[in-house]
Design a protein around this ligand. Sequence first.
Ligand SMILES: CCCCCCCC/C=C\CCCCCCCC(=O)SCCNC(=O)CCNC(=O)[C@H](O)C(C)(C)COP(=O)(O)OP(=O)(O)OC[C@H]1O[C@@H](n2cnc3c(N)ncnc32)[C@H](O)[C@@H]1OP(=O)(O)O
Length: 221
Amino acid sequence: MDFRLEDIDDAEVERRLSIVEPLTDAVRELVDAVIRTEVDDAELVAAREQIEAIVARLRAQQKDKGYGVSFTRDFTGMPWGNAATGARNAVAPPLRIKKVDGVTRADVVLGAAYEGPGGHVHGGIAALLLDQLVGETAAADHMPSFTGTLTVRYLRPTPLGPVTLEGRVTGTDGRKTFVHGELSDADGVTVEAEAIMIQPKHFPARDAIISTIAKLENERS
Ligand SMILES: CCCCCCCC/C=C\CCCCCCCC(=O)SCCNC(=O)CCNC(=O)[C@H](O)C(C)(C)COP(=O)(O)OP(=O)(O)OC[C@H]1O[C@@H](n2cnc3c(N)ncnc32)[C@H](O)[C@@H]1OP(=O)(O)O
């Protein structure tokens, strides 16, 4: 698992976000436009050539694989490649989850890129969003839990458009946390999930990050 520590403060995180978020939003617009455009074939070919030029420009300097997860020295996470939430990932709607009094909540609009049954949200997308939700619901004090088992029940089709997600912990047992999650449209719950989240026995990345932070703090004092 790829965790990195970057010795930067929150102002620098915000500065970087102010550059990459509008870029990612523009790519989301592109994805939506490609799905819904009705321009003629010549326009499609011309557009493709321009997009290929942009891809070549971005490929000038690339990471070897995924973005990985970086943390600042204050443990601000930068999971910017995350498929559900990533600030650099145009595939992510993106989900922005807030936790208040232990209950997690997110409001998001699912457009044409998330279609499964005509006009409705793909079941895999619902499961993706619920997986992220239950992950963040179970996470505590810099300690992530991994999804052990996720059971998803589709109650009725979810129309494309605005949806709400809500999650809460229903119990714990040793390293296991049980989480209930729901995806709703304006008329109520469309998909519900039960998850068994597990704090892994071995998580060397966390220990490595904590010792690197301690070292940085020593160097500064
Ligand atoms: C560095 C600092 C970090 C800071 C972080 C800041 C906060 C972060 C904030 C927010 C993060 C949100 C991120 C959300 C992302 C979305 C969530 C995902 O998609 S996760 C990816 C999909 N999941 C996997 O890839 C798991 C793959 N599986 C594994 O890694 C292991 O199998 C794991 C961890 C699930 C269990 O491994 P073991 O070795 O720790 O487990 P054992 O010790 O054998 O079992 C412990 C207990 O759990 C049960 N158990 C084990 N596996 C289970 C399973 N699959 N389902 C249900 N129960 C299971 C066992 O029966 C046992 O229970 P008994 O204590 O005996 O009662």
